[in-house]
Design a protein around this ligand. Structure first.
Ligand SMILES: Cc1cc2nc3c(=O)[nH]c(=O)nc-3n(C[C@H](O)[C@H](O)[C@H](O)COP(=O)(O)OP(=O)(O)OC[C@H]3O[C@@H](n4cnc5c(N)ncnc54)[C@H](O)[C@@H]3O)c2cc1C
Length: 458
């Protein structure tokens, strides 16, 4: 165990961990950020993101009341009201804080996007663009300010030493084990989307191996496991930030991040491996449909079926990297058929079920409403996969990002931030209120809570 305990040990060098580290350093705390990946810049969703800094889809400076009520509407009230309010109130401040770090933004469709803006090309196009640049910038500013960032260092366990009022953190450096001591620990490992056992146990996904990791694949749930071991609990862990991608995206990186097929699916007909509709597409929306498909017996058996009019409208105009023409340019499978029998033969779906689905019917007693307008021949069908980006639920926290026990007591010195934390997103659909704004804002709030009562250095 290192002799001098640090003020803060951060687990993970995505935007949440770096924001916590740098803000804590600004406030005079000693900081070390641990990063599991051997890449000095980390292997994070933050680097790969589309870099839209939105708060419940709004500009982060839209105002706390407006952001909080939009978040409440999106999650149908399932978010923790106090945490939602604290985040909503601080989103504008975290945006301005990022700008003070020299991170540039351009406002597109009313929402700031970190520059340089990712070009509207399909595939994994992120190196050198907004998220990647922001991570590198915060990391270098933290080092310049006297903080540490240590790559190839995976935190594996934490232990509270109550007598010393501090935490021990076990670290694995390529098989070499060591132990650090810190007054505070911030868990910022990005979620549990890459931990198949945790997805089965906490997110009710029977076949997580059939979901496609849409992001960095580095969220192994270590943070959640550590919080649980310290007496914390998970809130809304079943909520997946998952989008619909072309099934060829399993192997073809050109189809993995973008285009997303969410808007096309929400405006068309989505069927399972038997050809039966699974939900009210337009009500569920893309994330809702993806969450349903993730729980089907065969998450790799679903298709979206549409007609020419839908392909030319929602297929073309609804997104920055639209399916039309990007699927064709990527030579992705699109099945065309003049009648239902031909469509069934080409897709392997049941003809009778398909015929009913295309007229908007659903299984009796399913409660699924009619389609918004029939799908007219000629038909087109695209095989779907669920692109799992991150787990939206996570460790239950207080408004200052401190981890809570089941009886709502704040655990001293233990924080969960970014995609490790729960309480903001979720709900029946479930509702997505943000990624980056949660990461940076909770990181900032955690650092400020730790520094409370200490002399402010900067
Ligand atoms: C393709 C894509 C597009 C996106 N677009 C947007 C967007 O436009 N807007 C938006 O708001 N959100 C977007 N998101 C979501 C957003 O990127 C994430 O919600 C956010 O970056 C999470 O930040 P984080 O710091 O919590 O986690 P991450 O950025 O994932 O960082 C976690 C870090 O922790 C490290 N780590 C993991 N385990 C350990 C351990 N045990 N010890 C040490 N280190 C560990 C990982 O290697 C990783 O570097 C997108 C995501 C993807 C994949």
């Amino acid at each position: 165990v290192a002799d001098t305990p640090l003020d803060l040990i951060v687990v993970g060098s995505g935007l949440a961990g770096l924001a916590a580290g740098l803000r804590a350093r600004e406030l005079g705390l000693t900081v070390l950020v641990l990063e599991a990946s051997s890449d000095p810049a980390g292997s994070s969703n933050s680097r790969m993101s589309g870099a839209r800094y939105h708060a419940a889809g709004l500009h982060p400076e839209a105002g706390g009341d407006i952001i909080a009520s939009k978040a409440e509407a999106l999650t149908e009230g399932i978010g923790d009201p106090a945490v939602t309010r604290a985040w909503a109130n601080a989103c504008g401040r975290s945006y301005r804080w990022l700008r003070r770090q020299g991170i540039g933004f351009a406002v597109l469709r009313g929402v700031p996007v970190i520059t340089p803006i990712r070009p509207n090309r399909r595939g994994e196009v992120w190196a050198g663009y907004g998220g990647d640049v922001a991570v590198r910038r915060l990391s270098s500013r933290l080092r310049l300010a006297g903080g540490g960032v240590r790559a190839a260092s995976r935190a594996t366990a934490i232990r509270r030493v109550a007598s010393a009022g501090s935490w021990e953190v076990d670290v694995d450096r390529g098989g070499k084990r060591s132990r650090l001591r810190g007054a505070n620990v911030a868990l910022a490992d990005g979620g549990f989307q890459s931990n198949l056992d945790m997805l089965r146990e906490h997110a009710a996904v029977e076949h997580p191996e059939k979901l496609v990791q849409r992001g960095a694949g580095s969220g192994f749930g270590d943070g959640a496991a550590m919080a649980l071991s310290a007496g914390g609990y998970l809130i809304n862990p079943e909520a997946l930030y998952a989008t619909l991608i072309h099934r060829d995206g399993r192997r073809d990186v050109d189809l993995r991040h973008y285009p997303m097929l969410d808007a096309l699916a929400a405006g068309s007909c989505v069927v399972d491996a038997a050809g039966a509709r699974i939900c009210d597409e337009s009500v569920a929306g893309g994330i809702g449909i993806a969450n349903r498909i993730a729980r089907l017996p065969d998450p790799l058996g679903a298709w979206v079926i549409f007609d020419r009019e839908r392909w030319e409208t929602v297929g073309r105009r609804s997104q920055i990297v639209p399916p039309n023409p990007n699927l064709q340019l990527a030579r992705a499978t699109i099945v065309g058929a003049n009648e239902v029998g031909e469509l069934a033969a080409a897709t392997g779906l049941d003809a009778a079920n398909l015929a009913a689905s295309l007229h908007g019917a659903a299984a009796e007693g399913s409660g699924i409403g009619p389609l918004r307008g029939d799908i007219k021949p000629p038909y087109f069908a695209v095989p779907l996969a669920v692109g799992l980006t991150f787990t939206m639920g996570g460790v239950a926290i207080a408004p200052d990002a401190r981890v809570l026990t089941g009886d709502q007591t704040r655990i001293p010195g233990l924080y969960a931030i970014g995609a490790t934390a729960g309480g903001l997103s979720g709900g029946p659909k479930p509702g997505y209120v943000g990624g980056l704004s949660i990461a940076v804002t909770l990181g900032m709030l955690a650092a400020e809570a730790m520094a409370q009562g200490r002399e402010i250095v900067q």
